[in-house]
Design a protein around this ligand. Sequence first.
Ligand code: THU
Length: 130
Amino acid sequence: MEKIILLAKENIKNAYTPYSKFQVSAVLELKNGKFYKGVNVENAAYGLSNCAERSAIFAAYSDGVKKEDIKKIVIYTDHDYFVSPCGSCRQVMRELMEEDAEVLLINNKDEVKTFKNIDLLPFGFTKEDL
Ligand code: THU
């Protein structure tokens, strides 16, 4: 199995989900082979909760990563169905990852669904619109 998938599975234990109990793990892979991990981190003020995808992307950017460095993101949940990124994460991925970066959804049956970033937010709002 690809290393990025193993990392996503291993790291899901770090999800902080006392409210939803719904754990999500995301891992970014850079073109240079480096990885950045993220999990969903919830809060008693529910609206402040952060999704796994954004945690991983923000961790990478905090370390100086730029959109052109990112090859793919894997999103893993321990369910037998696929979990798809929410609208907020799609907006963030649209701006902070390249249009042709890969987005892989993985379920606990090791099934994989692959998308191109651009296809997850067609006709999206971007900084070019400002
Ligand atoms: N969540 C993610 O982390 N990523 C997704 O793609 C969907 C939803 C989180 C947010 C919240 O902590 C929990 O899952 C339930 O909505």
